[in-house]
Design a protein around this ligand. Structure first.
Ligand code: HEC
Ligand code: HEC
Ligand code: HEC
Ligand code: HEC
Ligand code: HEC
Ligand code: HEC
Length: 263
């Protein structure tokens, strides 16, 4: 089951999935034509072909090509979005039309930054997040009986991100709407987390080996700590998370679950 999880599928060699056959023309006149091996970018009659090497994202939210232009790592300007099935601007890239092909190509990443992308989306030399990433390699047998099981929030936050060390906003979703993408940031400032003595972790609600949809029942986890009637006016009706962990769309086409559990 882990093999089919989004953890395992979060990176692959570029094969054109979502991209091949699609074309797009920007307001400034730059045009893109994708195929199974790369993209042809045309501007003012000049044409350049880029071979794309990696495709980030399991495809549940989005996929973004990352490739090498000579010695430089580049994150492509266009991503594929599951919400629309279409190509649009990669989050964080400049909105204004590209002045030249160099810019249309995408954002150049420092070697350190590129290494970080792969660090969170790969396991050693293998694409995707696999057993050893969380359990450590045990002499080549990651699932030996002595398996290391770090169930702490910090273990998941090495990739899913924690609040900065200097400052944890009590209302991160207000101060930085994009922070809802980083589940630990909201969770660790929730009263549920702060007042339960470290008992609430990511694996209280998620089986890290399967997809979100196949995770344990969220309601059961909530009721495990909030049994009985409401002290106030909560109806305690099913799907607790729908009211207490609202969905939010901080950038077009990407919807996340706000992990700051609250009234
Ligand atoms: C610190 C670890 C980390 C780094 C560094 C990182 N990612 Fe991710 N990435 C994640 C996690 C965790 C998710 C799932 C949650 C989320 O969406 O942020 C994710 C999700 C994604 C997705 C799916 C779409 C989405 O927004 O959920 C894409 C595409 C992606 N990353 C590409 C990249 C690229 C390209 C880089 C480098 C420029 C990068 N990531 C750097 C951890 C990381
Ligand atoms: C994203 C991190 C992560 C990945 C990847 C991962 N595991 Fe786990 N695994 C955990 C955590 C955390 C626990 C403890 C779960 C708990 O206590 O609720 C665990 C528990 C286990 C257990 C104990 C039984 C159970 O299900 O609780 C086994 C066996 C196991 N993992 C095997 C594997 C194998 C085999 C792989 C690769 C195919 C793998 N894991 C990949 C994080 C991970
Ligand atoms: C590990 C135990 C635990 C789990 C699991 C848990 N909570 Fe809590 N929750 C707490 C504690 C402890 C408090 C603080 C109670 C207090 O303030 O006296 C709390 C507080 C709350 C509050 C009030 C927050 C506020 O800001 O005043 C809400 C709402 C809430 N929980 C809903 C939920 C929902 C919904 C779930 C499941 C998605 C959940 N909790 C899961 C322990 C837990
Ligand atoms: C109290 C329960 C609870 C806890 C604890 C929890 N989550 Fe979630 N998580 C949810 C719910 C509910 C969803 C939405 C599920 C759905 O849409 O079907 C979700 C969704 C997600 C998603 C999918 C993207 C999104 O935002 O919808 C990621 C990634 C995620 N959680 C990571 C984490 C990590 C990492 C932790 C630990 C910091 C964590 N979660 C702790 C309940 C929880
Ligand atoms: C090595 C980096 C890494 C670690 C460690 C890690 N994750 Fe993730 N996780 C990711 C990336 C990358 C994605 C985005 C997958 C995608 O959609 O492309 C992700 C996605 C998820 C999702 C949503 C996708 C789904 O399968 O539905 C959940 C839930 C999740 N992680 C929970 C956890 C938990 C719980 C832990 C800790 C036990 C953990 N992760 C540790 C990198 C990591
Ligand atoms: C239809 C929306 C909705 C649903 C579904 C819902 N709640 Fe609430 N809940 C609220 C509202 C509104 C409040 C604030 C009430 C108040 O301030 O008195 C609240 C307050 C709470 C509180 C803090 C005060 C108290 O009642 O102790 C907890 C804990 C809580 N809910 C847990 C849950 C759990 C567990 C579930 C699922 C079994 C759940 N809620 C389902 C709307 C909802």
């Amino acid at each position: 089951m882990q093999r089919k999880s989004r953890h395992a599928l979060t990176l692959k060699a570029y094969d054109g999935e979502g991209f091949a056959g699609k074309t797009l023309r920007e307001r400034g006149g730059t045009s893109y034509a994708f195929d199974k091996s790369g993209v042809t970018i045309t501007q003012d009659g000049v044409e350049r072909v880029f071979a794309l090497t990696w495709l980030f994202g399991a495809g549940h939210y989005a996929r973004t090509p990352v490739f090498k232009d000579g010695e430089r790592w580049v994150e492509q300007r266009l991503s594929w979005y599951a919400a629309t099935g279409k190509l649009s601007l990669t989050p964080g890239h400049p909105v204004q039309p590209s002045e030249d092909i160099e810019r249309a190509m995408g954002v150049v990443q420092t070697p350190q930054n590129a290494a970080r992308c792969f660090g969170c989306h790969m396991t050693g030399e293998r694409a995707g997040v696999h057993c050893e990433n969380c359990h450590g390699a045990q002499g080549g047998h990651p699932v030996a009986k002595t398996i290391r099981r770090d169930t702490s929030v910090a273990a998941c936050a090495t990739c899913h991100r924690s609040p900065s060390r200097e400052y944890a906003s009590p209302i991160p979703e207000v101060e930085d709407p994009m922070s809802v993408r980083f589940a630990p940031v909201g969770l660790v400032v929730s009263r549920c987390y702060l007042k339960s003595g470290g008992k609430l972790t990511c694996v209280s609600c998620h089986n890290p080996h399967t997809s979100v949809a196949a995770s344990v029942s969220y309601d059961k986890t909530c009721v495990g700590c909030h049994a009985g009637k409401s002290a106030g006016t909560c109806p305690r009706t099913p799907d607790c998370a729908s009211c207490h962990m609202p969905k939010s769309t901080p950038v077009p086409y990407l919807t996340f679950t706000d992990h700051r559990i609250r009234k």
